[in-house]
Design a protein around this ligand. Structure first.
Ligand code: C5P
Length: 283
């Protein structure tokens, strides 16, 4: 069985506060895009659960979110783990703020649910995903959605009007827990206009959405790294993007375009700078 695991972008990300459980209260507008990993699930003889990927440094055991998701699924069904091989062809850059691992986990949940004859509704499946990671419930549902709470309280939104998305991941790592810790230490100076963004989605106003995109982590990153993200955003805007933003805890930045030609040129220019540059559509 083959399934696609789509990357997500944050059209906005706001941190509302820290919770007693150590997580943060978030408000985010999420969008899935055509950049995707492909997962192939195969039954095999007697070797339990196996995960492999075309990237050697990904965990292969239960620390891989795809395996964790399979185990949670069987647990929710009250059954023993099966003999299953999960082969992941990764295209979504890892540690990029695009929920690649969470999306793989969500794809496993959807595939196992389909194979079992849909015992769980999409919302029940998203609930099972909560225990695997904060972004997994959104990845189960996909599309355009408002994510609140830890990220698990989801409200479907009108789809982002059709556009081209240029995605560019600079070549430095960021630590999500460290960025959250830094966000706790500083006062957030600039916040996204989430309400305005939701109204623009409601009105089908692509430019209105693009102009309001903002992620509070951009201001919290070390200035030297933020400068690299800002350079990419500037280049996207100069090449005709209607707006540009960082996704998740970064460092990926992206721009929305209403003209394919401009998007293609932006992709080609940024590709000179970053190998991980993609031209995508929304899903
Ligand atoms: O849930 P997940 O394992 O994906 O989260 C990774 C890390 O991100 C957590 O350990 C936590 O430090 C941080 N996080 C948070 N608040 C959220 C989501 C994630 O502080 N709502």
């Amino acid at each position: 069985m083959e399934v696609q695991a789509y990357a997500k972008l944050n059209l906005s990300l706001d941190i509302l506060g820290k919770r007693p459980d150590g997580y943060h209260e978030l408000r985010m507008v999420m969008q899935s895009i055509s950049l995707a990993d492909t997962l192939t699930l195969t039954e095999h003889g007697g070797e339990g659960l196996r995960v492999r990927a075309n990237l050697h440094f990904l965990p292969t055991g239960e620390r891989n979110l795809a395996a964790a998701a399979a185990l949670r699924f069987w647990e929710a069904r009250g059954q023993e783990p099966e003999d299953l091989d999960i082969a992941i062809e990764k295209r979504i850059p890892v540690c990029a703020g695009m929920a690649g691992g969470s999306s793989d986990a969500a794809a496993v949940l959807r595939a196992l649910n389909a194979r079992a004859g849909e015992p769980f509704s999409p919302l029940e499946l998203a609930k099972i995903g909560e225990r695997v990671g904060s972004d997994v419930p959104y990845c189960v549902l996909g599309g355009t959605a408002l994510a609140e709470g830890r990220g698990e309280i989801l409200t479907p939104l009108p789809p982002l009007p059709a556009c081209w998305v240029v995605v560019c991941k600079p070549d430095f790592p960021v630590s999500t827990p460290e960025l959250f810790a830094q966000a706790d230490r500083v006062k957030l100076r600039c916040r996204p206009d989430t309400r305005g963004l939701l109204a623009a989605l409601e009105a089908g106003d692509l430019g209105g959405v693009a102009r309001r995109m903002y992620n509070v982590f951009e201001d919290v990153m070390p200035p030297r790294l933020h400068a690299r993200v800002a350079e990419i955003k500037n280049e996207l805007i100069q090449r005709g993007a209607l707006g540009a933003c960082m996704s998740g805890s970064g460092p990926t930045a992206f721009g929305l375009f209403d003209r394919e030609g401009a998007a293609e040129e932006a992709r080609a220019a940024l590709r000179e700078r970053c190998r991980d540059t993609f031209l995508c559509r929304t899903v």
